[in-house]
Design a protein. Structure first.
Length: 480
């Protein structure tokens, strides 16, 4: 999609003199173009609150994903992670609202956090991993400024982009099942098994299952904020059961739903600025480059699709699909990667949950600003957030994974040159526990099958270059 130097006008702005704005508007109305876009302050506030309620679960899930050990065996502090998650979401969402002036909210991307926790951190320190986030954010900003993103977006086939999204969904769901104890390592013949030794053990796993089913049931009834409501319900049950002694504290494996001290506390900014660049010799610079590429894939393509989808839902896009502030929105999303790395919250990206606020009537950046302020307020409620058991929060990971699988309907499974690359991309991500492996296999398979069909010109030059890069990546033994 080519961007012009002149911002496109929305449907309401193109409507002519009949939509002339009345005099005496407030500075808030003028700044955010609230009346111009057919909205009101009340709708924007309501939309901002709704968006926050729909995506507040990230305050629980991001610390869960980033709670593992790095190459040195070090772990990030959970209270500091919660603070970092809220801080990064607040800063980037406020920037999107005030500067971008669109109803888009940002927070830590689960796909990016998944790459960091399973692929990056085990091979380097957490500060070095966050340095990778800063680098990938800078790369995306550079792509936006130079216009190279047009080339990159057009190079990768649409079906393969859907496959990447589906694969990441399965990958995230797998992480949720493993963290909850629903899936474990097999001591028999298979690589994985149900629970422990082929059986589900312990009440925390039961609470995970109950929470998971409850969220799905609420979603089936189209209840707003279903994920957050399910997590709250599961947490309340967990707190009562633990307080009554029905579930022992040690059964939760370090995430017991017990409040220590006051509900309100000062934010823990100890992880802010804990970023390192370099020291990647052990991993190899080729692998480092591939990790950055994977992070760009995980954070960039989903953001592009989400921004356009929400913009169209809000009727901000014109006839050609352009929307006001699109380049600003893309740049802020890219900067979110760097901001997330600097705060140790992992890369920030636009959330599709922004559509819930749009559904409530939000059309401007005031809605995003309200969402950002709510995230800022959460900086002072870390103890309350820590009440949520990891097993309960893991249910949301599975739900998010299931939602990402909806992209399968866009894939033409009857076309062998599309079905095989997408299949390999989708299954290899969870099976190998790395996103890079799935992307690499899909790219190579796509080019190979097209060549076998005598259609070697169909893949772009960039796709062939990526195929060669991935072949060397696997051959060098860095695909782990």
């Amino acid at each position: 999609m080519t961007q012009s130097s002149v911002e496109p006008r929305t449907v309401s702005e193109d409507a002519g003199n009949g939509t002339r704005i009345p005099a005496g508007r407030s500075w808030l109305d003028r700044y955010f173009h609230i009346t111009h876009r057919g909205s009101s302050v009340a709708r924007e506030v309501r939309g901002g609150v709704t968006t926050f309620m729909a995506m507040a679960y990230i305050l629980l899930l991001n610390p869960l994903l980033l709670g593992g050990e790095d190459a040195l065996g070090d772990k990030l502090s959970q209270p500091a992670l919660i603070t970092a998650t809220a801080l990064a979401a607040a800063v980037t969402t406020l920037a999107m609202g005030i500067i971008g002036k669109v109803p888009l909210a940002l927070a830590a991307g689960l796909s990016v956090a998944g790459v960091l926790s399973t692929q990056v951190a085990p091979n380097m320190t957490w500060p070095q991993a966050m340095g990778m986030c800063v680098i990938y954010g800078a790369v995306i900003c550079l792509l936006v400024v130079t216009g190279v993103r047009e080339v990159v977006m057009n190079a990768i086939p649409l079906a393969l982009k859907h496959g990447i999204t589906i694969g990441i969904g399965l990958f995230i769901a797998m992480i949720g099942f493993v963290n909850a104890g629903f899936v474990g390592k097999s001591e028999g013949g298979g690589p994985v098994t149900l629970g422990v030794g082929g059986s589900l053990t312990g009440w925390p796993v039961v609470l995970f299952t109950v929470t998971l089913l409850l969220i799905f049931m609420l979603q089936a009834r189209k209840v707003p904020g279903a994920i957050l409501l399910g997590i709250i319900a599961g947490t309340v049950i967990s707190v009562v059961a633990t307080a009554a002694g029905w579930i022992k504290e040690e059964a939760w494996g370090g995430s017991a739903p017990i409040l220590h001290g006051s509900v309100v506390s000062m934010p823990d900014f100890s992880l802010f600025g804990q970023v390192e660049f370099g020291g990647w010799e052990k991993l190899g610079y080729a692998a480092v480059g591939m990790i950055v590429f994977t992070l760009v894939l995980a954070g960039f393509f989903d953001a592009m699709a989400t921004i356009i989808a929400v913009g169209q839902e809000a009727k901000l896009a014109d006839a050609t699909g352009r929307m006001p502030g699109l380049n600003k929105a893309l740049f802020i999303d890219g900067a979110g990667g760097a901001i997330g790395g600097a705060t140790s919250a992992s890369g920030q990206t636009v959330f599709i949950e922004s559509a819930t606020g749009v559904g409530e009537g939000a059309r401007t950046g005031l809605s995003a600003s309200v969402t950002g302020l709510f995230f800022a307020a959460c900086l002072f409620f870390t103890p309350l957030t820590q009440l949520v058991p990891g097993q309960v929060a893991s249910a949301a990971l599975v739900v998010i994974g299931a939602m990402m699988l909806q992209n399968a309907r866009h894939v033409d499974w009857s076309d062998w040159s599309i079905a095989v690359p997408v299949f390999l991309t989708v299954v290899l991500m969870p099976f190998t526990y790395t996103i890079t492996t799935g992307v690499g296999a899909g790219v190579i398979a796509f080019c190979a099958i097209k060549a076998a069909q005598g259609k070697w010109r169909e893949p772009s030059v960039l796709m062939w270059i990526l195929s060669v890069v991935f072949v060397f990546y696997f051959a060098a033994g860095t695909g782990h």
